[in-house]
Design a protein around this ligand. Structure first.
Ligand code: AMP
Length: 301
């Protein structure tokens, strides 16, 4: 097969040219629009902040199954970080990301810089309303306005038929679906299941920051959530009881600091007193210095 990677920056050429799949890399919006001729094929978009893992790859594989072509974006969006240290320490490894994407057979990579996304004079922002002000929104004020704004821009730039998000960021999925509905954006939002490591920890780019001891402590997050699922399956519906079991288990290791625990409606994230099928139990836990989120959805029993 012909080996080809088109790229607008020479820095990555050597590595990419040795690969055998074809992937075009765009750093510029105009090039992207010209390079992706949307009249010719169905397109799936997978927005990411890079440092790719199997969670991201599952979204990419689903997009490849459902569309003729797939575009992945990598952009660490500053406006969704409300803590500059968090932004500065966000893990990055572009070379490894590109190698993974080439291996996956991704067609296009969009790699904008901050100026491309937020040029001088940029002022417009999406306000996500009440759903974005709960849970994550309480602890990361403005986070979802930043997410929605950048997702809206990426949708406008790439014009995909489908866009892919992970259930791990369940509230983000809701916020994006609301935005797409409210602003009549012509795209289908596809939510893919959370991918976990063999020990159950939800994959996250931030897991790289965990020491061995912190990782051991972080495992209590998924174990606590699955324990609650089990209690629900056995007949427990009292939200306070379910939340309490999760909280106790997570806090059984002093490295874990619970930021919030919620049992809420999966669509609007309004807290519920009684769990029901479709309720979602979500947590944010700071393990050492690393902030992790996870959730499980209650099924019919
Ligand atoms: P991020 O790079 O963290 O912004 O994530 C990009 C996309 O990958 C988002 O839609 C996330 O929800 C999704 N994602 C991240 N981790 C996982 C995971 N463990 N399983 C499934 N999807 C994930």
């Amino acid at each position: 097969m012909m080996k080809k990677v088109s790229i607008s920056s020479p820095a990555f050429c050597q590595m990419c040219l040795s690969s055998w799949e074809q992937m075009e890399i765009f750093r510029d919006v105009a090039e992207l629009r010209e390079g992706i001729d949307r009249s010719k094929f169905s397109l799936g978009l997978v927005p990411t902040m890079g440092f790719l893992h199997h969670g991201h790859l599952s979204l990419i594989r689903t997009s490849k199954e459902q569309n003729k072509k797939t575009v992945v974006s990598i952009f660490v969006n500053p406006t969704q970080f409300n803590n500059s240290e968090d932004l500065d320490t966000y893990p990055r490894d572009l070379e490894s990301d590109i190698a993974l994407l080439v291996e996956e057979g991704v067609d296009f990579l969009f790699l904008p810089n901050t100026i491309q996304i937020y040029p001088e004079g940029f002022e417009t922002e999406i306000n996500t309303g009440s759903v974005g002000e709960r849970l994550e929104g309480v602890h990361r004020p403005g986070h979802f306005n930043g997410v929605s704004t950048v997702v809206c821009k990426l949708l406008n730039m790439c014009a995909p038929e489908k866009v892919y998000f992970g259930q791990k960021d369940a509230q983000q999925c809701s916020v994006v679906m609301n935005m797409v509905r409210d602003l009549n954006i012509d795209v289908e939002v596809v939510v893919c299941p959370t991918v976990r490591d063999s020990d159950g920890l939800a994959l996250s780019s931030r897991n790289i920051h965990l020491s061995e001891k912190e990782r051991e402590s972080a495992l209590l997050i998924n174990r606590a959530l699955y324990h609650a699922l089990n209690e629900w399956d056995k007949g427990q519906s009292d939200a306070a009881v379910l939340k309490n079991t999760v909280e106790q288990k997570i806090l059984s290791n002093s490295l874990n600091k619970l930021e919030y625990i919620s049992l809420a409606n999966e669509m609007d994230f309004i807290e519920q007193a009684q769990a029901m099928p479709g309720s979602i139990i979500s947590v944010a836990v700071v393990v050492g210095k690393t902030r992790l989120i996870d959730n499980v959805v209650l099924k019919w029993r």
